[in-house]
Design a binder for this molecule. Structure first.
Ligand code: ZN
Length: 152
């Protein structure tokens, strides 16, 4: 695993990496995907249970660096109460925002997710932050796997 620069350990990142929310596999998910970021060694699995156009359960498991875990935890909190289609649009929006220029959008409107902004200064860590979101989109699309090294 790659060492994390100190200023990436923002309070929110530290909190979510130490005490990840919605952590642990679901036994019978309606949607599931395994995500890997081979560059850092992060592995994140996303488990979803949909009910109509909503999520009745939304969880992740896996192991990896603080950034990958915190991003996954923040993602579950941000998406789990949204309608499925809106959650998909939100994930695409966040992925685009993470890929923006360092001095671009300050991310303030994303609340706690704004803590992920710091990774934009460290391109090597970007994939740690985006892994969970790619994995969520793969799960929702019915794909079993996602990799930061095979963008669609
Ligand atoms: Zn990582």
């Amino acid at each position: 695993m790659i060492d994390t620069p100190k200023d990436l350990y923002d309070g929110v990142i530290l909190d979510h990496s130490k005490e990840p929310r919605n952590f642990g596999p679901l036994t019978n998910p309606s949607h599931y995907a395994d995500g890997r970021n081979p560059i850092c060694g992060d592995e994140i699995a996303v488990f979803l249970q949909t009910k109509g156009d909503a999520f009745s359960a939304f969880a992740f498991s896996g192991q990896g660096c603080a950034i990958s875990k915190a991003s996954a935890s923040l993602m579950t909190e941000d998406l789990r109460n949204r309608p499925t289609e809106q959650a998909k649009e939100r994930a695409i929006e966040i992925l685009q925002a993470l890929g923006q220029e360092v001095n671009g959008d300050p991310f303030e409107r994303y609340g706690d997710l704004g803590a992920l902004t710091a990774v934009r200064r460290y391109p090597a860590r970007l994939k740690c932050a985006t892994l969970a979101w790619h994995t969520f989109l793969a799960a929702l699309a019915g794909e079993a796997t996602a990799s930061t090294e095979k963008p669609k």
